[in-house]
Design a protein around this ligand. Structure first.
Ligand SMILES: Cc1cc2nc3c(=O)[nH]c(=O)nc-3n(C[C@H](O)[C@H](O)[C@H](O)COP(=O)(O)O)c2cc1C
Length: 367
């Protein structure tokens, strides 16, 4: 088929076999020291073998400070953690896909930190709702420490450190996690960011640190190392949050990120096409598409709607979370006209780690 979602495409400098990406998904399955496990190798390889042209990893912590958020979350904060990703990167490459490391600083949403750090927040504001049972058994959010100037500097250096380790490990690029209520997203959010210094105020001011990280990263990495960013308004516990600046503020933000040197913008929402912004009829993804910036679109894409999404967002990658989780062979199957498996949340119980998924899959096979 000519120019379909199954044809190869040049995206953000990468030559990809098709337009399907695996969305980042935290699986809390690393070793307790933050090194990637053998099970993770199997896990990521499945997606490349299943036809996904791009694998975006789960959120990885970049420093030994307050960036880790979950027990058994993998890191890229030390050389041995970096080494532990090498076989994963190699296997994914050998299976014909590219792989990008999502780097995340957990911010105030911390549920576990092996360095014993208190959560770092933009202010001392807690996230709404409760911690996620999918990732551990913490009952309530901890008090966050509001960041001071030295914290901003340490966080910036932490991201740069993680990016260097990702490049060293052979990743094709990194994706800065500025979605879902984690630290870079908290800066953009007026729920968290009520600062009255240079880091707070309107969207331009709230985005300043995010832009500083992007510019510093761009200066540091090689031209062919992909630098992406993931953005959302919603958080893991607040599906209704909206930026007060609406479409105008978001349009400014995507252009500023592009000017700062970002290679792609990955939007995520409950439903990729929903009008998301205050007083606007457009989705987050439509704003990025219309700005002509390379787009990865995510949110509710599955076998019933991927073709429509591919047509609605020409040239964009389609990132699949739950649909990929349900069936790592998703791309191969839909391409052949077969029906992929649907998600059974039992595979993520009692927590979303790979051991539970593998046990669930074995039970399915034997029943
Ligand atoms: C188990 C699980 C873990 C997730 N972990 C992450 C993560 O580490 N980073 C991230 O940006 N999004 C994470 N997400 C969100 C997904 O990437 C995606 O945005 C969400 O599932 C909606 O897309 P979907 O409808 O295709 O599933 C996670 C989702 C699930 C189900």
């Amino acid at each position: 088929m000519f120019d379909s979602e199954f044809s190869s495409i040049e995206f953000a400098g990468m030559k990809l076999a098709n337009r399907f990406a695996v969305a980042p998904m935290t699986r809390v399955s690393a070793q307790s020291n933050g090194r990637a496990s053998d099970l993770m190798q199997e896990h990521y390889k499945r997606y490349a073998e299943g036809g996904f042209a791009l694998v975006i990893t789960e959120g990885i912590y970049p420093d030994q400070d307050a960036s880790q958020g979950y027990e058994n979350q993998p890191g890229l904060a030390d050389a041995l953690q970096g080494e532990s990703w090498r076989p994963i990167v190699r296997e994914v490459h050998e299976s014909g896909a590219k792989i990008i490391a999502q780097l995340m600083h957990v911010g105030a949403q911390m549920q576990f930190n092996r360095f014993g750090k208190q959560p770092l927040g933009i202010t001392d504001q807690k996230p709404v709702g409760k911690p996620l049972g999918l990732y551990g058994d913490q009952e309530a959010w901890q008090d966050a420490k509001a960041m001071d100037e030295s914290d901003f500097e340490r966080v910036l250096n932490g991201f740069l450190h993680g990016i260097r380790n990702a490049a060293e490990a052979g990743f094709d690029g990194v994706e800065l996690h500025a979605a879902n209520g984690y630290l870079l997203n908290e800066l953009l959010s007026t729920h968290f960011n009520t600062r009255d210094d240079k880091w707070g105020g309107d969207m331009r001011r709230r985005a300043q640190f995010v832009l500083d990280v992007v510019k510093a990263a761009r200066e540091m990495v090689a031209d062919d190392f992909v630098l992406g960013i993931r953005l959302s308004q919603i958080t893991i516990t607040d599906p209704d949050y909206q930026w007060p600046e609406g479409e105008e503020g978001f349009t400014w933000l995507v252009q500023a990120l592009s000017d700062a040197g970002i290679d792609y913008i990955h939007t995520t929402d409950n439903e990729a096409n929903r009008p998301a912004l205050k007083d606007s009829t457009r989705s987050l993804a439509e704003v990025v598409r219309d700005a002509g910036i390379p787009l990865i679109v995510n949110g509710g894409i599955d076998a019933s709607n991927y073709a429509k999404m591919a047509a609605h967002y020409p040239g964009a990658l389609l990132a699949l979370g739950k649909a990929a989780l349900a069936d790592p062979q998703f791309v191969n199957k839909v391409k052949d006209g077969d029906k992929p498996d649907e998600l059974d949340f039992a595979m993520l119980q009692p927590i979303a780690n790979l051991e539970n998924e593998m046990r669930w899959r074995e039970e399915q096979q034997s029943s």
